[in-house]
Design a protein around this ligand. Structure first.
Ligand code: IMP
Ligand code: MG
Length: 183
């Protein structure tokens, strides 16, 4: 793509593709070691996490199964209200399974807190979270991820699956959106 005409125009790179690939490979190694001899059930949260999932899963050396859950926070706003809507429920039961939630980013923690409550009620054997990005300074609910790709400052980021108003998911890098365009 030539300079300045693609969707990445003016968006400063925070994490380049190479850095992301290296870290995702490392996370795959850590997760494989921790789940050795078990068969985790990955639940990726739509839509932001599917690019990360696609790369992560190819670095897992244990047998896995995959399901998706669709969660949408209302509107196109840049912060989650904590009011979430399920747009796609799980296809298969997680009862007795070692569930690993795959998220794009942990921000206020409200989405994960909500998911924890919801999924725990279905009696998984274990429930852990892997998130590509973590913005610890933004936390409103005191939750933490078991595996974090990168802790980042309080910036709104897009790319590698993450969107703003459904745009920019295709970027190969994680980039900073300084001024949020109106939608
Ligand atoms: P939380 O409920 O505040 O933890 O928000 C989690 C969700 O908000 C993520 O799964 C994203 O969909 C969205 N989100 C939070 N921060 C960003 C960001 O910097 N870029 C894109 N989406 C974000
Ligand atoms: Mg999300």
């Amino acid at each position: 793509m030539s300079q300045g005409v693609g969707p990445e125009q003016d968006l400063e790179i925070l994490l380049d593709a190479e850095k992301i690939a290296k870290r995702v490979r490392e996370l795959g190694g850590e997760i494989s070691a921790d789940y050795r001899g078990r068969s985790p059930h990955l639940v990726a949260i739509l839509k932001g996490a599917w690019v990360f999932l696609a790369d992560l899963i190819r670095h897992l050396e244990v047998e896995v199964t995959v399901d998706f859950m669709g969660i949408a926070s209302y509107g196109a706003s840049a912060t989650s209200s904590g009011e979430v809507k399920i747009t796609k429920d799980l296809d298969v039961s997680i009862e007795g399974r070692d569930v690993l939630i795959v998220e794009d980013i942990l921000d206020t923690g409200r989405t994960f807190h909500y998911l924890q409550g919801l999924l725990t009620a279905h009696k998984p054997k274990s429930l852990k979270l892997v998130t590509l990005l973590d913005k610890p300074s933004r936390r409103v609910v005191p939750v933490r991820a078991d595996y974090v790709g990168f802790a980042i400052p309080d910036l709104f980021v897009v790319g590698y699956g993450l969107d703003y108003a459904q745009k920019y998911r295709q970027l190969r890098e994680v980039r900073v959106l300084r001024s949020l365009p109106s939608v």
